[in-house]
Design a protein around this ligand. Sequence first.
Ligand SMILES: [Zn+2]
Ligand SMILES: [Zn+2]
Length: 347
Amino acid sequence: MITSEQTRQAVLLEPGRLEMRQVRPPRPGPGELVLQVKCAMTCGTDLKAYRRGHPMWPVPTPFGHEFAGIVAEVGPGVDTFRPGDELMAAPTAPCGECFFCRRGQENLCAQTMEKMVLGAYADYLLVGAHVVGRNAFRKPPELSFEEAALLEPLACVVHAQSLACPAASESVLIIGAGPFGLLHMLLLRARGVREITVAGRGAQRLEWARQLGADLVVDVTQAAAERMISSLNDGYGPDLVIECTGQVSGWTDAVARVRRGGRVVFFGGCPLNTSIALDTRRMHYDNLTLLSPFHYRPVDVEQAYELLCRGTVSAARIVTARRPLSELGSIFEMLQSGTVLKCAVIP
Ligand SMILES: [Zn+2]
Ligand SMILES: [Zn+2]
């Protein structure tokens, strides 16, 4: 039972403007629950929305979508969770019935984007019935709330790698040393991939890549970068390239760097109305495979949950800052500088 009359809820008013509102705590309807947020995690998508807005999040919008916490109240019909349960969840869930859901492509279900749980930068968060029924899990006591709050980004990474099928014998190049690039690296490491190279920029980020286990770190601003990457894999180049910058230059680079017969994963989404040119000769005669995973399916969320619970992936290693919810405004200023991978926001 929530006893407080007023609780905090961060709202994005417009790009660059956040407001901490005092609101009445949410009440759960049928199938829903209210979570007392213990940790919300910053995300690149949040930063994009903060900088330039997000097409699916018309402002003003409650803000924050990576979270873990304790169930405060459950609505009628909820029998899988009880108040006091520690819970982790993805912020979206598919309908299970549409064209895409029936084909096992639930990541493309319209509902996932239309009914995203938003508002995790708050004391309390309303979790919709679709998520409670499909993509919510009990958090094991030994798993920290920080680790648990990384369920969603890890599910995205799991989905991408399920398409890419990295083999232990392979050499993999990750372009982009941000949180997603390094999360990809942690999962590849856990899968025993032989050689992992991270190419990126920013001394601090490259140092983190090294500390978290990259075999080779390439500073793309250095003249030697191209030569270092092309000498991978006995000079054939990487078997698999995972693009995590979401920049057109990164996409173009990824296609240029992969070996003949290799695979490219375009993981980072680029700004609207951009395109890349493909050399058809290279595409065909070099037998390239281009993959472009988006979002995740329930099966990916389940797998991410298992990876976290078993400790196979220690995802919280990419959390490099912790701040109280009251400092949210300055947290986003800090994220802009690129000197933080992920910041745990604690109510
Ligand atoms: Zn996210
Ligand atoms: Zn659907």
